[in-house]
Design a protein around this ligand. Structure first.
Ligand code: ZN
Length: 405
């Protein structure tokens, strides 16, 4: 192979991915080129690299080569929470090389999340810490008992894990806050300010109202489920994007899709796109339920936006460099030489496809992204079997009816 017994590389590159359409929005690159990888890092991106200089050549012709995808809204605390799926088996078939788990773990569960998920995973896992110390061990109600909102212990956990905790997460809807109103968001706001990290807020159906939520958001915060069809939706009853959303977005509020099982409405997504408001980040909200469809995975979610008329570079930008910026990790989500060789490759398939939002509203599409290779640190992730979903992970009946026929 390419190394001597002593481990020294005998070729310039370990791997060349040759002849693909290399799409790296962070570098404003969209061209046919080769990607040379050495010692786990991107060594060169250029046309005409010499195959003789590599131990292994991957044929990228006819495919799209991108930075490994970053999924800004995921739940990967398998076995200890209601929602968690195992990240590596999904990474290997979707091109996602960086997972931001948002709020699966609160303070009490965080040491376990670090020990059992972050450390052994081959893909990179970061977290936003749930203000609620119990996190998402159950389906909802994490703020209903305000005693779980222990900002003091949360701050201690953030300080002990600043290398992997990138923000604070709060789900603010009628079931998470039943009986306590907007108080948890006020506490999450104060905690995020104290630790100097962004706040990610989930919306769905109130109370609280969307006005109460927006009043507590700041530039650099992330509003997830931005295309929700729930009563906290970002468009007015007549379908116009709310004025205060436009203003906050202009000032730097990040709008994230977070498709999930209950949070993506074609009606709202199309209204926003028609008014020129593109989501800043396209994420999956992958979990025990949404992985069964109609969300399925991040490439499927990206494909929905392609078929809504967004360009491939615009879509890939929103799953690479934009989430990297939102996470304040500019070294991620790019193929710039010197960075870690997290790379994904996709076929852009043409055909007749049906896509659904969470209400099972159907849109027909003609194109879809299919992952063919996922590399972490220059090594392909092997496709492995995924565990079955948990006994409680039953899709809503209206989704089951269409998906399982
Ligand atoms: Zn979520």
């Amino acid at each position: 192979m390419s190394r001597t017994a002593g481990g020294t590389r005998t070729t310039r590159f370990d791997t060349i991915i040759a002849g693909g359409r290399v799409l790296d929005p962070a570098s404003k690159l969209d061209a046919t080129a080769d990607v040379g990888i050495a010692d786990g890092k991107i060594a060169a991106v250029a046309p005409g690299l010499n195959p003789a200089d590599a131990a292994r050549v991957v044929d990228g012709r006819g495919q799209v080569v991108t930075p490994g995808l970053i999924d800004l809204h995921t739940h990967v605390y398998w076995g200890a929470t209601y929602y968690g799926v195992e990240p590596d088996p999904v990474a290997a078939r979707t091109g996602v090389t960086t997972w931001l788990d948002v709020g699966s773990a609160g303070a009490y569960g965080f040491p376990g999340f670090r020990r059992f998920i972050i450390e052994p995973s081959r893909a990179t896992v970061y977290a936003m810490l749930n203000l609620s110390a119990i996190g998402l061990i159950a389906r909802s109600w994490e703020f209903v008992n305000l005693r779980y909102c222990d900002a003091e212990v949360a701050e201690k956990i953030v300080d002990a894990h600043r290398d992997v905790i990138l923000g604070i997460k709060a789900r603010i809807d009628q079931s998470t806050t039943e009986g306590v109103g907007i108080r948890p968001l006020e506490m999450a706001r104060a905690l995020a300010d104290r630790v100097g990290l962004p706040l990610m807020v989930h919306i769905a159906s109130g109370p609280p109202t969307i006005e109460e939520v927006l009043a507590l958001l700041r530039p650099g915060d992330i509003l997830t489920h931005c295309s929700t069809g729930g009563t906290q939706r970002l468009v007015t009853p007549s379908g116009t994007v709310r004025e205060e959303v436009k203003q906050l977005h202009d000032r730097g509020l990040i709008l994230d899709v977070g498709h999930g099982t209950g949070s993506f409405s074609y009606e709202v997504a199309e209204a926003m796109l028609n008014q020129g408001l593109l989501p800043d980040v396209i994420s999956s909200d992958i979990h025990q339920l949404s992985i069964q469809g109609p969300m399925f995975d991040l490439p499927t979610t990206l494909s929905k936006f392609l078929n809504l008329g967004m360009s491939l570079p615009d879509v890939i930008e929103r799953a690479t460099v934009r989430p990297a910026r939102a996470m304040r990790k500019p070294e991620l989500g790019t193929l710039r030489p010197g960075g870690r060789a997290d790379v994904a490759m996709f076929r852009l398939e043409q055909g007749a496809y049906a896509f659904y939002d969470v209400a099972m509203t159907r849109r027909n599409g003609s194109t879809r992204l299919v992952n063919t290779l996922t590399m972490v640190g220059g090594e392909p992730l092997a496709r492995t079997a995924e565990r079955p979903v948990h006994v409680w992970a039953t899709l809503p009946e209206h989704q089951q009816r269409i998906l399982q026929r």
